[in-house]
Design a protein around this ligand. Sequence first.
Ligand SMILES: Nc1ncnc2c1ncn2[C@@H]1O[C@H](COP(=O)(O)OP(=O)(O)OP(=O)(O)O)[C@@H](O)[C@H]1O
Length: 953
Amino acid sequence: MLENNREKITQLIQNESIYSPLNDEKIAESLSIYRETVTGIRKELNIPNSRERKKQNIQLAIQTIKQSNPQITTGQLLDKLSEEGFQVSRNYIADLINNTVNINKKPDRPQAPLAGPKITDFSKLTGFDGSLTKNIQQAKAAMLYPPFGLPTLIIGDSGTGKSMFAECMYQYAVNQKVLAANAPFVALNCADYGDNPQLLLSILYGHKKGAFTGADQDTEGLVERAHKGILFLDEIHRLPPKGQEILFSILDKGQFRRLGEGNMTRKTQVFFIGATTENIESSFLLTFRRRIPMIIELPPLKERPVREKAQLIYDFFQEEANRTKCRILVNRKILSSFTIKEYPGNIGQLKSEIQVTCANAYVEKINSGKNEIIIDFSELLYNTLFQNIERNSAIAFQDALFVPLNTTKTQQKYPIFEDIYVKVEKKYQELKKMNISTVEIEKIIWNFILNNFDLIRAGAEARTLPLTELKYLVGDSISRMTDSFYAVIRQQYPDLSINEKVLVYLAIHLDEALKRIKQNQEIVNPNILHIKESFKNEFELALQLAEQVEKQENIRLPEGEIGFIAIYIKEMLQFTNKKNEVEIITVCHGKIASEMIAIVNHLMGVNFPIAVDMPFNENPAKTFKKVVEIAKTFEKDTGILFFVDMGSLANIGEIVHNQTGLKTRTIDRVDIVSVMEAVRKVYIADDRSEEILDDVYYDLIHPRHLCSMISIDHSYKKPVILCTCLTGRGIALKIKELLAEYYPDLKTMVLSVMDEELKQKINIINQQYNILAIIGTINPRIHNINFIPFETDFSKDKKMLVDYLVKQQKGNSLKKILDEDFIFLHSKYKNKQEVLEAIGSALFNKGYIKSEFLQSLFTREEMSSTCFKNGIAIPHGLPVFVERSAIVFVQLQQPIEWDGQKNKVVLICLPAIKSNDVDVINEMFRILKDKTRVDQLLKAADQHAFIETLCSP
Ligand SMILES: Nc1ncnc2c1ncn2[C@@H]1O[C@H](COP(=O)(O)OP(=O)(O)OP(=O)(O)O)[C@@H](O)[C@H]1O
């Protein structure tokens, strides 16, 4: 979920208006998450806050304006900026200019050279850490070989990236200081002069005046220009024998003669790189093969792993977005079709087809007047580009939006699934950073691996790929191997339905595994012993596949790897259609349903409960219609279990049943634990049972389960967790310690279950605190208090449950609404009118209220006094005119008269609260009634302290 939020936040920020960047609050609101989450993620990603981003945008605009008009005055600059759409004051601009280190001026002194390589070398090649690793090692060796490198021949089909590879070699040599920073890179394509070998030789080696007709002056050749640099000859097999001879003399002795020169020999020293599309065995290359020691063979596109293909496609679309400076939206079907199409012209052809596609869509963009290029699935595109390709047949992509960037290469990773290795490795590194013990890490990773397979099973990440197309993803050899392995399994388990989707994953995984083994990368599988014991049959099958791999590829798979294969096999064989037997739909007012289901999905690694949110002002009939439409998409024997929160929604099951004939059951209480319980029961239900829906339903409404339902205290008391064990001296202390680690600010208390006064003690604590839960070994069965059993550890789902309880505390909602920008301390307003106008415009300008709010505020003031006690006034307007809830506090330096009745006030509190946040008001009244607290508020040193005082328990 966090990863998801990161992406969403980055996208929102990338797409925000440069004139009014989104603040954290706005982002939080549009993603329905906490502002703190946004702030945390933003800081983690090193993204400045909205004010800073706006400042940077303005600085950039000033820079551009000043470039075309260096003498521009501040006033003119201000006009220009506001013409462009920036709303800023003259002072702000003046400040900005003063504080900006001469953006236009060149540095006075030459700058110290930056440490490390300035230009990227091989890392800009897609596949630098994958299919090109070996090639790159060869290239580095060739460039570093003393005294002046090894002559190198790059072989590969057209468009495999030979020229680009040669350029990277050059950059590498410069970075390594083998070549000077200004060393020449001289390239020539011999095929361009195929019809005129004489001309080719003269261009390459130069000629003496009169050497041939038309040679009217001495001319230097490219080999001289390439002195102390790189000479790159493309299509080298087109170099005529005479040319080859001269070239070898240069490579062997550094000597040559210009055409027509007698005895005089010239000297040049070049790094030589040749390239050719010819087959290495061809007779054209015979001489080169003998004389050129380093041969680098680039793989054709079809032999590259699918993730590299996908990355190339992403990069090329990104390049087009940068080039056209337009956002490009690409339909996922188009992305996947690009991945499975075969390209005889390799990367070059893929790139140019993407360019053509964008160019066509660009024309449409101009015609339609839209401001982004939309590349959608269309018959035309299919007929011209993807004629022989089955639609919908590739791995899962999401629609992608490419936003123009200034850089040439994007860091964006394509959002197809990642291999289990990559995931496990990432997780492993994450956990290591958290200083968790190895045993614990292994346990977590094991769970993580299993969850991952659950995801595959639930089909969260991939659509079915027909086996016939597997070869496009993993190449012929692995595809054939998987195919025959499939036949073996079929034979052994004729009655089982096999999940072919997992077979596809297995093939992709195998592809990745072989690649890793070839590159000597480690395979981490911590639970091999466990796998061998628990999945004996699967492990046997995995061994069979491993033997096949060894025979065919001559690679021995390590045991850890065979363990992974065993889990894939287990998943493949366990496949049933169980998940469609019962669907779970949660329908609630507001956004509760989607928030809750997001947590359930996250905790349980599933994706099948469906959330339907019902906005508070929506007519229930509309929601019913929505749900009926969803239900119509289910198979006819599916049962539906509804969880609803209140009111008319309780009839939803009946309505859906009447309109679709599907069997339904409705539980009219919804809480996260019951939904999780339902998910688990549906998941593990015996699919031969006809009555899964009823089994799950009655199990859930049975009183036995009621006690496990989660209870949330809606008061604002300080939260506490009670840690219990038999004596209060053993496990309870361990629980306390663990909690202190996870929640350093949370109060915990230790109690003994043997204590005869346990219940009374808990009662007393309950009056003073909000007991979030009792965690312990024995359930003391206290009515309305959650009990979380603790066995030997604090497992992931329990931790998440506590996280959830902590997050649900009411104190957080008040804190969420308060904003330091709306706390005005030591203000000098002289009368009520002034204060209300100032607060009103602050709220209005920031989009919290509609203008009618102000009217309702003043009308209310005329009706009767809004003076509260303790020198506080609480003016207020109508909630319907509130766009976003906020509370404004103004603390005055001097008391002012408020209502013509000689009531003086020194603190003004203006709630602008939407009707569904109304409980915040109750909390606010509770606080403002408390004289001691108000005194503390009046003494608060700054806005932060003010908020802390307000929210303290
Ligand atoms: N590994 C790579 N990563 C990213 N882009 C690549 C890669 N390889 C090639 N390209 C891009 O593909 C296009 C074709 O590459 P290049 O011209 O180097 O191929 P080539 O093998 O020299 O082709 P030809 O033999 O037809 O001259 C170029 O635009 C290049 O930028």
